[in-house]
Write a protein that binds this ligand. Sequence first.
Ligand SMILES: C[S@@+](CC[C@H](N)C(=O)[O-])C[C@H]1O[C@@H](n2cnc3c(N)ncnc32)[C@H](O)[C@@H]1O
Length: 157
Amino acid sequence: MTETAKYPERVTIVRNGTDGDFKSKLVAARPYAKGEAISKIEGHQENVVKRWSSVQMGPERHIELNSELVFMNHSCDPSANIVVEKMEVVATRDLKEGDELTFFYPSTEWDMSQPFACWCGAKECIKQVSGAKDVPAEKLANKFLNPHIQKLLDARQ
Ligand SMILES: C[S@@+](CC[C@H](N)C(=O)[O-])C[C@H]1O[C@@H](n2cnc3c(N)ncnc32)[C@H](O)[C@@H]1O
């Protein structure tokens, strides 16, 4: 995994355990207002093979972020969204310095290469995170979803 710090004034990696434990996280390096861009997505690697660290940006398009953003964990009540149309990470609520930055992985991922049991503990937790293809429509009803995921969901129904 790349360790490049592209946005040191905006986000901070908090390391826990060793690589492969997947216990590390990303936190806000300063406060953000709801709707504010936390960072741009830039300098990424295009059209990679899907893997645990890649992010799906279109029906067949997967990228490697190549930045601290790879440390964003999934949450079913996320503090941020990856907004593909803007190529930005955007705050879903007012955030304080030190708040964890998470996004809802099925908002970008349709069929994940490395599913996992969710630890987020949110009231509406989907429990198993494997991509939007496996999430019942009612559990996605109030979620931010990127257009490629919405399109794939429409085709599933
Ligand atoms: C892109 S990494 C995120 C950063 C990761 N925590 C690390 O330390 O490298 C994605 C991996 O983190 C873990 N992960 C992220 N969010 C999780 C969650 N809500 N529940 C359980 N594991 C999670 C999973 O192992 C997943 O494959």
